[in-house]
Design a protein around this ligand. Structure first.
Ligand code: SF4
Length: 76
């Protein structure tokens, strides 16, 4: 999964880019729900103007795991 760092300026750009609705406003800045993040084309990373979205070291997953999560979310 990806995560958003403290550098986030709450610009709202990434939230609509996520196909899994994994991004939401947290207590201080936008956050990513690791249970919903499938790193789908990493579109949020591409659009973030301050490049504050990175791989979450606590939730590193291989491509197979991410695809299985994406399929699970698609049917739920
Ligand atoms: Fe924060 Fe980047 Fe998302 Fe903007 S695009 S809300 S700066 S994480």
């Amino acid at each position: 999964a990806l995560r958003i760092t403290d550098e986030c300026i709450n610009c709202d750009v990434c939230e609509p880019q996520c196909p899994n609705t994994a991004i939401s406003m947290g207590p201080e800045h936008y956050i990513i729900d690791p249970d919903r993040c499938t790193e789908a084309w990493a579109k949020c990373q591409v659009f973030c103007p301050v490049e504050c979205i990175e791989v979450d070291p606590d939730h590193t997953e291989d491509r197979e795991t991410l695809e299985a999560k994406f399929r699970r979310l698609a049917v739920s």
